[in-house]
Design a protein around this ligand. Structure first.
Ligand SMILES: NC(=O)c1ccc[n+]([C@@H]2O[C@H](COP(=O)([O-])OP(=O)(O)OC[C@H]3O[C@@H](n4cnc5c(N)ncnc54)[C@H](OP(=O)(O)O)[C@@H]3O)[C@@H](O)[C@H]2O)c1
Length: 303
């Protein structure tokens, strides 16, 4: 089967399409024929070596997937061969014609494979972070980096919980943030003042998705480091005593995959696909993601 792989860490040029044996599912796993695979910021960080989940080289890439189940591992009863599912590739090997998936859910009926492929990591991560911040009805939440995959997801899930959300993105994304249900502000100089103009007493909690070095500003707005969670600023989390949310340590929020259907089918959740690329153009897809201004998600289309 065709799969995207790298055998050394580096720029997008280290990605190659190779021929690999098809994987076989173990207990609890299903194998899916991958129709679409999402690209998120973690993919290029793993490829560049900036981030490691402990996998060696060569490494197949890609975690978010959507496709059709074609083989069941021992003990699997929740899905059947032929079902449409979305989930997270177990070995981070989702940019491939087939992959193994433990954490999965049926694709909501109104979604195609491309839309579903952008969702799993964003749903898991945003749900975990909102739970850690205790976001619920009546909370006021500030999201720094509200227009990317995880940010767009966090905004809408928080609004669905009944929270008031203020989100920061570039000026070009102000209308987009309003569509998601957030009150928009523009990141950069004056961001704190813009938030205070909307919420003079500050916010209850703040989520840093962008990792853009603004934790002191978020602490100022939320009143205390314990009211702030970052998903991307490891250095700042140590320096300012802010919790860095890490699914491997904190526990994952995979239950969000099975729960999102109702919000999607009632028109209360939508994660736009900014661009699609064929598998052969994965290096270009990584370049676009790495540039840092994707609205929603980028998705590879395999078939
Ligand atoms: N800790 C965890 O468990 C975990 C899990 C998954 C991912 N992550 C991390 O979470 C981060 C976000 O991932 P993602 O896939 O959602 O990224 P993404 O979709 O690539 O994010 C792109 C967005 O970032 C925004 N942005 C760029 N510069 C910004 C700035 N200075 N201030 C605020 N927003 C800015 C852009 O907005 P504009 O276009 O409007 O500029 C764009 O919409 C990554 O660092 C990723 O590694 C962490």
């Amino acid at each position: 089967m065709r799969a995207a792989q790298f055998s050394r860490f580096g720029g997008p040029e280290v990605l190659n399409i190779v021929d690999l044996p098809e994987p076989r599912p173990g207990p609890g796993q299903v194998r899916i024929v991958v129709h679409a695979a999402g690209i998120n910021a973690t993919e290029w960080k793993l490829r560049s070596g900036e981030l490691s989940f402990g996998a060696g080289l060569p490494q197949t890439t890609g975690r978010d997937v959507a496709g059709v189940v074609d083989e069941l591992g021992e003990g699997v009863t929740d899905v059947a061969v032929g079902d449409r599912v979305f989930g997270v590739s177990d070995d981070g090997a989702g940019a491939a014609e087939r992959t193994l998936v433990t954490h999965r859910a049926p694709i909501p009926p109104s979604l195609g494979f491309v839309d579903a492929a952008g969702l799993p990591i964003a749903l898991e991560t945003a749900t975990r972070a909102l739970d850690q911040l205790g976001v619920s009805g009546g909370s006021t939440l500030f999201v720094n980096g509200a227009s990317g995959g995880i940010g767009s997801t966090a905004v809408q899930l928080a609004v669905a919980r009944g929270a008031r959300v203020i989100g920061a993105a570039s000026a070009a994304n102000r209308n987009y943030l309003s569509q998601l249900g957030a009150e928009p502000v523009t990141y950069g100089d004056g961001m704190v003042e813009q938030v205070r103009a909307l919420a003079p007493a500050g916010v209850d909690v703040a989520l840093d998705v962008a990792g853009s070095g603004v934790l002191p500003q978020l602490i100022d707005l939320a009143g205390d480091p314990k009211n702030v969670v970052t998903l991307a600023d490891l250095e700042g989390s140590d320096k300012y005593d802010v919790h860095f949310s890490n699914g491997f340590v904190d526990g994952h929020g995979f239950h969000a995959l099975a729960e999102i259907g109702e919000l999607i089918e009632t028109g209360r959740f939508w994660l736009p696909v900014d661009r699609t690329f064929p598998l052969d153009e994965i290096a270009t897809a990584h370049r676009v993601s790495e540039h840092g201004h994707v609205r929603g998600r980028i998705v590879l289309v395999l078939g």
